[in-house]
Design a protein around this ligand. Structure first.
Ligand code: ZN
Length: 105
């Protein structure tokens, strides 16, 4: 046979994919505890919330005012008679190694 051997089309070649370039066979991974809590940044976004009716799929507008969130639910209750609601709140979080001093990033 001359030159390169022809590849059998029935044989599929699977490309090896590294999921992370720094991790190779034999790598030592360090296990370290981390903590997570409210983002300490002074310019973080305020908590955003909305009320959602559990008796139907209607949701109130997203905002930062809890009274407005409650008012939407009360108006919805008065209009529909629906009584079950869920308050959904989104808060920015910040994760750091447990031994890192708070306030640094
Ligand atoms: Zn409803």
């Amino acid at each position: 046979m001359r030159g390169r051997a022809r590849r059998d089309p029935a044989v599929r070649v699977h490309r090896r994919v590294e999921t992370h370039p720094a991790v190779r066979p034999g790598s030592v991974l360090r296990h370290a505890p981390w903590t997570i809590g409210p983002d300490p940044a002074p310019d973080r976004d305020p908590p955003a919330m909305y009320a959602a009716c559990k008796d139907c799929t209607e949701q109130g507008p997203v905002g930062t005012d809890r009274a407005a969130c409650d008012m939407w639910a009360l108006v919805h209750a008065g209009r529909t008679g629906h009584r079950q609601y869920r308050e959904c709140v989104s808060v920015d979080l910040y994760a750091r190694p447990a031994n890192e001093t708070a306030g640094t990033s």
